[in-house]
Structures are given as structure tokens and as C-alpha cells.
Design a binder for this molecule. Structure first.
Ligand code: SF4
Length: 292
């Protein structure tokens, strides 16, 4: 009991100073903005998820709590600032995600690449995971990201094909699959995920999992949708642990190397463990986020 208390105190004081550093640098982590309960555990494990390119999105997904509007110009110093802070935080697994920037000619691909490069230059041996928008499905923009060498490429399909038009009106199920298919020829690990509870049926879930498998995705996350605000889509169904287990087993039977299936599983759940450990199943994770 004594050592547990001591460990917790160390983590809390460390967390406090890391949060102060984040504020000073003007950087956002999804860990904080989604009020993730695993934040101290993740920071202690030297893992964090950063939201780059601002906090205003050009799209309007119905499950997401991020503001829609006209984003501010990019901060050209953000990649270096982020790398400096990640070094200070002694992070070794860094997840980079962003709002969608359809206002930019390259949709933010160059900024992703600069951020990956800055991190790799500054932190020897660090592992970088990117959770990206679809870059309008333009392969030449995806190549800009791949040229920087992310260790894991993640793009979320978010929901089934039938619900995509309603839930992600500015995105496209097919476009997202094409992004993942292209990524599977470029990155060692390709990850995607979706939420349950938006009104899908079992056939549509199975088909989504098979589609992701056929596109070469090897890491899959399945979580429960929780409504982030009154204007977001309603929760149609809360899935049981047994149902999440069923979809875990179904996915594993298709050959995914890593599957995380559980109510609180989100994209970044146990992100750092994937490159360290053999395949595992996840049953808990972060709070509702606003990730792609
Ligand atoms: S999920 Fe991504 S693209 Fe959709 S509104 Fe949220 S930040 Fe924008």
C-alpha cells in the first residue's frame, strides 16, 4: 500500500508539471481535452496524443465535439515546439492527430511530415503514430506523410458504410478505405477503428471489419459511441462486454494482429504497447474523444 501511494504521488506531481509545460508551449493533447482517465498512466509510460493544426475543424462529423469553422493559419513553429516538449516529457511513443484542414492546399500533409521529422530528429528511438484525416484521398499527399516515416499510420473509418453519409457528411467510407489500402503498401502498421452504438446492425459491423481487413489494416480498435454534446448524434445502443468480446473474436479470426474491443476503447488506447508487446485485447480505454 505504501509503495502504491508513493507511486501515485510521483505520478500526480509529474502530471502537474507536464500540464504546466503544455500550457506554456500552447500545445493541445487529446489526453487532456478528452479528460482521459488514463492520462497519468500514459504520461508515466511516456505516451501522449497531441492535437496539431489548431482546434477548429473544417468538417462537421456528428459524433465529434470539436468546433467547426474557419481554422487559424498554421503555426510554423508547432513541429519544433512539440518536439521540444516531447523531449522534455521524455515521451517515447507519440501519437499525432489533427483536425481536418480542407482549407489548406495540402490538407495539412506537410505539417504532419514536419512534425514527424522534428520528433524523430529530437528523440532518438521514439515511435511516432499518426492518426490522420483523409487528405481527400490524394495519394501524393499521403506520400508526403509517409516520406517522414511514421511507425504506425492510423485513419479511422469511424462507422459503417450505411451510416457514414449521416455521421461523417464531408467524408466518404470508400475514400477512407482507399486511404487505408494505399497506406498498407507504405507503412508497416496500419490501424483503423470505429464506434458501435450509432444505429448499425450486426451484418454492417461484420462487413466493416471485413472491409478493413481486406484493405490491409492490421490494428483494429472498436469502442462504444458516447454522445459528446446535445447536438451530436444520439446513442442508439449500448453494447455489452459479451458483444465487444464477440467482435474481438470475429476480428481475430480474420487475422488482425492487434484488436482492441471494449466500451472505452479509443484510437490511442495502449498505443505505445503495440510496438513493444505481442498482440493483446483491450477492454478499457479513454473517455469519448474527438479523433478521426
Ligand atoms: S472527427 Fe475529425 S474531421 Fe470530423 S469533425 Fe471531428 S476533428 Fe473534424
Amino acid at each position: 500500500m505504501k509503495s502504491l501511494t508513493t507511486k501515485k504521488k510521483i505520478r500526480l506531481s509529474e502530471l502537474h508539471s507536464l500540464k504546466t509545460e503544455l500550457r506554456k508551449a500552447g500545445l493541445n493533447t487529446v489526453c487532456e481535452s478528452a479528460r482521459c482517465p488514463n492520462i497519468s498512466e500514459c504520461f508515466a509510460k511516456r505516451t501522449a496524443t497531441f492535437l496539431i493544426m489548431g482546434d477548429i475543424c473544417t468538417r462537421n462529423c456528428k459524433f465529434c465535439n470539436i468546433a467547426t469553422g474557419n481554422p487559424l493559419p498554421l503555426d510554423a513553429n508547432e513541429p519544433e515546439k512539440l518536439a521540444d516538449l516531447a523531449l522534455k516529457m521524455k515521451l517515447m511513443h507519440i501519437v499525432i492527430t489533427s483536425v481536418t484542414r480542407d482549407d489548406l492546399p495540402d490538407h495539412g500533409a506537410g505539417h504532419f511530415a514536419e512534425t514527424i521529422t522534428a520528433l524523430k530528429n529530437k528523440i532518438t528511438g521514439s515511435k511516432i503514430e499518426v492518426l490522420t484525416p483523409d487528405f481527400m484521398g490524394r495519394n501524393e499527399l499521403l506520400d508526403i506523410v509517409f516520406s517522414a516515416g511514421p511507425d504506425i499510420f492510423n485513419h479511422n473509418i469511424e462507422t459503417t458504410e450505411k451510416l457514414s453519409a449521416v455521421i461523417r457528411p464531408a467524408a466518404s467510407y470508400t475514400r477512407s478505405l482507399n486511404v487505408l489500402k494505399y497506406a498498407s503498401g507504405k507503412a508497416e502498421h496500419v490501424k483503423s477503428g470505429f464506434m458501435l452504438g450509432l444505429g448499425e446492425n450486426d451484418d454492417q459491423i461484420a462487413r466493416t471489419i471485413r472491409d478493413l481487413n481486406n484493405c490491409g489494416v492490421n490494428i483494429l480498435t472498436i469502442g462504444q459511441y458516447f454522445r459528446p454534446s446535445a447536438s451530436a448524434s444520439e446513442v442508439v445502443k449500448i453494447y455489452s462486454d459479451d458483444e465487444f468480446d464477440y467482435w474481438y473474436n470475429y476480428s481475430k479470426s480474420l487475422g488482425f494482429t492487434h484488436v482492441f474491443s471494449g466500451a472505452y476503447v479509443r484510437s490511442s488506447y495502449m498505443a505505445g504497447e503495440i510496438l513493444k508487446n505481442p498482440p493483446v485485447s483491450g477492454k478499457t480505454g479513454s473517455t469519448p474523444g474527438s479523433e478521426h
